[in-house]
Design a protein around this ligand. Structure first.
Ligand code: MG
Length: 345
């Protein structure tokens, strides 16, 4: 197998603010893995908070290249993924890119969509939330207008005054809200009070209200919370989900945290067995990674796969969006095609 890669700057339609920073673009590294006459595509997205860099990711790909080059004709995807994982600690996004590309490749070899390879059916179209970053009232109003197609909005809270933010949103729309606090609240009684207040405002789930370290406080909140509490920064891989032990009532699975689809489906299955709700999430990423994650939609309770809609220059075609719903296609693999005018390897 031949691995090649291409760093690419994804540009946002609007500057995107969360509680820690505001960005106008983000870098993804796209890869392809060629085997005989088939090509699998993958993507590594590098959000600042996960601490992975372009240089570090490219260095990991260089280590992975000779391992992939030795793969013979009959191979086991799972065995390769284990080998790649053992090459170095961390590097979850780089590992995810390789896992996505391998799944895409196997799907193309077997002429099946990945959901079918994984023993799942083709999910019906599902509504995704559409994320509104932290902004001033005028821009929030404008973004809500742009989101008319979407039936659920996700807002980034953890501001100085989240009640004002939510009240502003409620001036313009009564759509269901997901509230992502990105660890922004630290007092458990205040968190619980906010949750009860938000429930009255038609907020249906709250994501990572408290810092990762506050696991006992989070368990206290979840036990009394009338809405779903979702772990995001608190979990990356399966072992993290196994350790949660009641601190949250659901998990946000993202390929860039889980090291790809192979482990993501194990996390989803563990969640099902343990009565945890499943939210399929994404980073700021293109249709390549999002279409890979969408392969698991049949297992999802909630989906937050709006990332391609926020981009000006998405270099892949994949899942499509209509009336705020995500539609899978019937193409083999992860169902994507690069747009030649935007990207070439
Ligand atoms: Mg989050």
């Amino acid at each position: 197998m031949i691995l090649s890669y291409k760093p690419f700057i994804l540009e946002y339609k609007h500057p995107f603010g969360v509680s820690s920073n505001t960005r106008t673009s983000t870098t993804s590294i796209f890869i392809k893995i060629e085997h005989e006459d088939k090509i699998g595509y993958g993507e590594a997205c590098l959000p600042v908070y996960l601490g992975e860099t372009v240089d570090g990711t490219l260095a990991f790909f260089e280590i992975a290249k000779p391992v992939l080059a030795k793969i013979a004709n009959s191979f086991s995807l799972k065995e390769i993924v284990v080998q790649i994982d053992a090459l170095a600690e961390g590097n979850n996004a780089a590992k995810a890119a390789i896992d996505i590309a391998l799944n895409d490749l196997v799907g193309k070899i077997e002429n099946k969509p990945v959901y079918e390879l994984m023993g799942l059916g083709k999910s019906k179209p599902l509504p995704t939330s559409f994320t509104i970053g932290i902004d001033d009232e005028h821009k929030i109003e404008q973004k809500i207008k742009e989101a008319t197609d979407f039936s659920i909005l996700k807002i980034k809270a953890g501001t100085k005054d989240d009640k004002t933010l939510i009240n502003i949103i409620r001036k313009y729309t009564d759509k269901q809200l997901y509230v992502d606090v990105n660890q922004g609240w630290a007092d458990k009684q205040m968190v619980l009070d906010m949750i009860f207040w938000m429930k009255e405002k038609n907020v249906i789930l709250v994501e990572q209200p408290m810092p990762v370290a506050m696991i006992d406080e989070m368990a206290w909140v979840t036990e009394q919370s009338p809405i779903i509490t979702i772990a995001d920064e608190s979990i990356k891989r399966l072992k993290d989900v196994e350790r949660l032990n009641g601190a949250f009532s659901g998990i946000n699975i993202k390929l860039m945290k889980s090291t790809g689809l192979t482990e993501a489906i194990e996390m989803a299955r563990f969640a099902k067995q343990n009565n945890l709700k499943i939210l399929l999430g994404c980073m700021a990423e293109s249709s390549c990674a999002t279409s890979a994650m969408a392969q698991l939609m049949q297992l999802a309770d909630y989906i937050d796969l709006d990332a391609p809609n926020l981009l000006k220059n998405d270099p892949f075609k994949g899942v499509t969006y209509k009336n705020g719903n995500v539609y899978l296609n019937d193409l083999p693999g992860i169902g994507v095609e690069p747009i030649d005018s935007l990207i070439s390897f």
